[in-house]
Design a protein around this ligand. Structure first.
Ligand SMILES: C[S@@+](CC[C@H](N)C(=O)[O-])C[C@H]1O[C@@H](n2cnc3c(N)ncnc32)[C@H](O)[C@@H]1O
Length: 245
């Protein structure tokens, strides 16, 4: 337990080093719908909870939290989401989408979409991810696939768009709060002349009125039961809001 103040406030077990944890507890495996790419993948004994809850199996009694360290979120980065899978599949099948272009993988998670872009010939790939464990996974996954990615580990949605030609947003509308954060950023990208592609299995908070369907693929989704049939997920172009013109 962490006390509210005094010396005991920081006297708690520390979180494992993310890169070390991933290398030790996850396995490199091909992505089912994009087997050209291998990712560090969890298995039943991975114990991912130990990354977010240090009391799970920790023996580091003397270590401490950094007082200003943000609380980690669930390990979304550890899984392939249908929105990312469908975008990665589209990019591998249509490399001209990214070839020679500067690309931002927004909400990169494992880095799958950015890795696909780099493999398909993007000139430069930036991956934006705010989860420190995801940031470590992106670095390891990029190295495992022999490509280079620049990682931005800060929330770029409040900043001006980076100098890219294309934003790839794989499954970033997974909740209302995040959707409301990403939409204004994507609008600023459009205003700056940046093309935006979205991959999504039509989750509840997807802004469908702003999207034009380009392609569909049946890909597995995070959370699907083993052996369940894959449902179609879409690759969409994010379009300007013309309602007020
Ligand atoms: C649902 S996961 C999708 C991951 C990956 N794109 C895929 O499709 O497999 C969304 C990711 O967005 C990240 N995220 C949420 N808010 C973010 C922000 N403001 N900037 C960058 N990443 C963010 C989360 O940490 C999470 O890893």
């Amino acid at each position: 337990m962490i006390a509210a103040g005094g010396a005991d406030a920081v006297n708690a077990p520390c979180r494992p080093d993310p890169a070390e944890f991933i290398r030790t507890n996850m396995r490199l495996a091909p992505v089912p719908s994009v087997p050209e790419i291998r990712l560090y993948t969890p298995h039943p004994a991975s114990g991912l909870r130990r990354l977010t809850d240090p009391l799970q199996g920790s023996d580091a009694d003397d270590d401490t939290f950094e007082a200003d360290e943000p609380e980690p979120q669930p390990p979304y980065w550890a899984y392939v989401w249908a929105g990312g899978a469908v975008l990665a599949r589209q990019i591998m099948d249509h490399p001209q989408t990214v070839a020679g272009r500067r690309v931002l993988d927004l909400g990169a998670g494992s880095g799958l979409v950015g890795i696909a872009a780099a493999k398909a010939g993007a000139r430069e790939v930036i991956a934006a991810e705010i989860d420190r464990n995801g940031v470590a996974a992106i670095g390891l996954n990029a190295a495992a696939n022999d490509i280079e990615i620049t990682i931005v580990d800060k929330d770029i949605t409040t900043a001006p768009p980076p100098p890219v030609d294309l934003v790839l947003a794989g499954d970033v509308f997974y909740g209302r709060e995040v959707a409301l954060r990403f939409i204004p950023f994507l609008d600023r990208c459009l205003a700056a002349g940046i093309e935006v592609l979205v991959g999504d299995p039509r989750r509840n908070d997807l802004p469908l009125s702003r999207l034009r369907l380009l392609a569909e693929y049946k890909v597995p989704d995070f959370g699907d039961a083993k052996g369940a049939a894959s449902k179609p997920s879409g690759v969409f172009s994010f379009e300007a809001d013309n309602r007020w013109r």
